[in-house]
Design a protein around this ligand. Structure first.
Ligand SMILES: Cc1ncc(COP(=O)(O)O)c(C=O)c1O
Length: 381
């Protein structure tokens, strides 16, 4: 008999396709769509999402690390993969061997890549990252032409892309800083034009930029959070309205579920969990759930959040422990052992959103989903 999971993540493939269509409609047929599947596809399952992406006609995948790129390739997914983060010098041969596209901004990386590719006579495809004001990765505009000249010394290095990343596009309704960054990126493109240098895949846009600013699309967009059906922020939604743009319709694709592991009745005045932080104020029926902060259910949710059982809210009582939480089911009749529980997502007419959990934890929806333990099975439905 098939194992009955005690917790699992359901991925709604039709919601994924819906979100994908929203972004396709925004960018039109001529621009490429890269979806960002780093951080275990924002917690949704890197293999499951990459496979779904391939089946649904996504053009490129974006990851942070070589390890993530290898996981995708080893699972037989053949979409082009752009590594957005840093690849260590010793790992560059493996990246070249596997034909992963590399984000580059260090001379040391170019030297090493030049050496490797000349030895094995194999091309490496590079995306130069330009520093426009985020001050993370990237080279300054003054370094761009010398950097390109340096790359061109090596016959097997091909400059495929030019990119940058916005620092302040989702956290605000004032996009003047993003505009400055965009102006600088455009200045770099002008510079290249004047020198007769053509780079085919120019890209800058994350989800917020894709939703708000068509002038950031260039040849490809890099959509992360939006493809999972989540808004980058309230400010992005508000900016849409302020700019008279019809907000895209996004459907969250993830539901996190578990099952009840024990049901018990306790008298009024009973303490619940580590630290005795909750004391019952009435005779109470409790359900113990086999999930905890190890699974990504943040300890800050202790005594604050609720879960859904039979379409009703069951409040979390006491501390979130490493592998267990306890919820109050006194007001939900007919609950049985191993009944399904929703920790994040919809059940009946109720919903627990990533934004709601984020507000309780003092963080953003990105962190809520990316923190879900990668070992939990992901099931595409
Ligand atoms: C370089 C780069 N591009 C695109 C994205 C996607 O951003 P979002 O999830 O807001 O769409 C990220 C996310 O961190 C990123 O680092």
């Amino acid at each position: 008999m098939r194992k009955k999971f005690l917790q699992w993540i359901e991925i709604n493939s039709s919601a994924f396709k819906h979100n994908l269509n929203q972004f396709r409609n925004l960018i039109g047929a001529t621009k490429k769509l890269l979806i960002v599947v780093k951080a275990n596809a924002y917690g949704h399952g890197i293999i499951e999402i990459s496979r779904l992406a391939e089946n649904c006609g996504v053009d490129w995948l974006g990851v942070n690390s070589l390890e993530e790129a290898l996981i995708i390739k080893r699972n037989g997914i053949s979409l082009p993969i752009l590594i957005l983060g840093y690849v260590g010098l010793v790992d560059l041969p493996e990246a070249v061997e596997n034909e992963f596209r590399l984000t580059v901004y260090n001379k040391e990386t170019i030297e090493k890549l030049g050496e490797i590719t000349s030895k094995i006579k194999k091309k490496a495809y590079l995306h130069i990252k330009v520093e426009t004001g985020t001050h993370r990765q990237g080279i300054n505009k003054e370094e761009l032409i010398p950097f390109i000249k340096f790359i061109k010394k090596y016959p097997y290095l091909s400059i495929e892309g030019l990119s940058t990343h916005f620092a302040n596009i989702e956290d605000t309704t004032d996009h003047s800083y993003a505009q400055k960054q965009l102006n600088m990126f455009n200045f770099c493109i002008e510079l290249l034009k004047r020198k007769g240098i053509f780079i085919p895949v120019k890209h800058t846009a994350c989800t917020a930029a894709t939703i708000l600013f068509p002038e950031t699309y260039f040849d490809m967009v890099r959509v992360g959070i939006g493809i999972y059906g989540l808004w980058p922020s309230k400010e992005t939604y508000l900016s849409c309205l302020l700019r008279g743009r019809q907000p895209v319709s996004l459907k969250p694709i993830l539901t996190w579920k578990t099952r009840i592991a024990q049901i018990k009745n306790v008298p009024e005045g009973s303490f619940i969990g580590y630290g005795c932080t909750y004391k019952t104020t009435r005779p109470t029926k409790l359900a113990v759930l086999p999930i905890g902060y190890y699974d990504g259910y943040d300890r800050k949710l202790s005594n604050f959040s609720y879960v859904l059982i039979k379409g009703k809210r069951a409040p979390v009582r006491g501390r979130v422990a490493m592998n267990m939480i306890t919820v109050d089911i006194t007001d939900i009749p007919g609950v049985k052992l191993e009944d399904e529980v929703v920790l994040l997502g919809e059940q009946g007419n109720e919903i627990i959103s990533a934004e709601y959990l984020a507000s309780l934890c003092g963080t953003i929806n990105y962190e809520i989903v990316t923190r879900i333990n990668p070992l939990i099975p992901r099931i595409v439905i």
